[in-house]
Ligand binder design. Sequence first.
Ligand code: A3P
Length: 322
Amino acid sequence: AQGEQQQLSEECQELLNTLPKERGWRTQHLYLFQGFWCQPKEIQAIMSVQRNFIAQDSDVVLATIPKSGTTWLKAIAFTIMNRKNIPVQNDNHPLLTSNPHELVPFLEYKLYADNCIPDFSTIPCPRLLATHMPFSALPQSVKESGCRVVYLARNPFDTFVSIWHFMEKLRPESFGCLSFEEAFDMYCSGVVGFGPYWDHLLGYWNESLQRTQKVLFLKYEEMKEDTNSQLKKLAEFLGLPFSIEEEKGGVVDEISRLCSFQTLKDMEVNKNGKGAIFADSENKDLFRKGVVGDWINHMTPSMVDRLRNIMDKKLSGSNLSF
Ligand code: A3P
């Protein structure tokens, strides 16, 4: 743990010494910070976001737990919000040359990472930002301003399978193997980045029920099933509904196609580019299969039962199901 604390502020190092910790997925440890599990550098960045970020009424914040389709949501929201200035079929559309994470920065990985205070003058308004933080951890100004929050949820089975594969690519060899079974035990105990998974879901779900104009709750599975209708819902929520002319002109279809798994996966920047989120990661690892239900190829029936039981208990009474 010494190594992973070295580049942190003294304040953060001291805090870490007081927090409960467990074995990490790609760092030595995950720490229980403000009720969720987090890596050391993320904790430092989140503290800075909480202290320094002031939301504007026009801001849009995209929120997810890792591997729920963040990359997809970023591509879609960016394209919808910029379609007046950058027509979808423009030969210079930014998605043709940039990974979605380069277009929509994470508060905690890009903007406030490494003890930086970002220069927001370079980010055009309305600002489109992203986070993996649970709702409870968002800065007060996000909760109290007119800022809109879009949450994308994905079923826990696919989210687990996706994160396990992703971490396989990112975990340093020196940390040894984290078997699928060990990782599953950790996941079921809630020990996963920004988890417990169910708390993350419920935080945004409950808020979306209370502040329908400000928090939109989307599901990956519904986006897959009928992308166009979810795109329309999102555009309306953002105050940028598609006009009849746009719909007739096929703009919704074009956005679906541009942001689809296959289109993005095949872009040069996503095949051979690096560092869209972490300096040491390859962009291609963000595009694995992009389907619903791949868990069936990985999880045993008893694993499925165990996680289903946990989810049933945790979500009972919430009206939320997967
Ligand atoms: P799989 O590992 O199941 O394939 P995140 O973007 O939050 O890191 O989530 C990554 C998951 O979303 C991966 O799931 C990835 O393949 C999938 N994904 C990435 N781009 C997508 C897209 N345009 N449409 C649908 N799924 C996508």
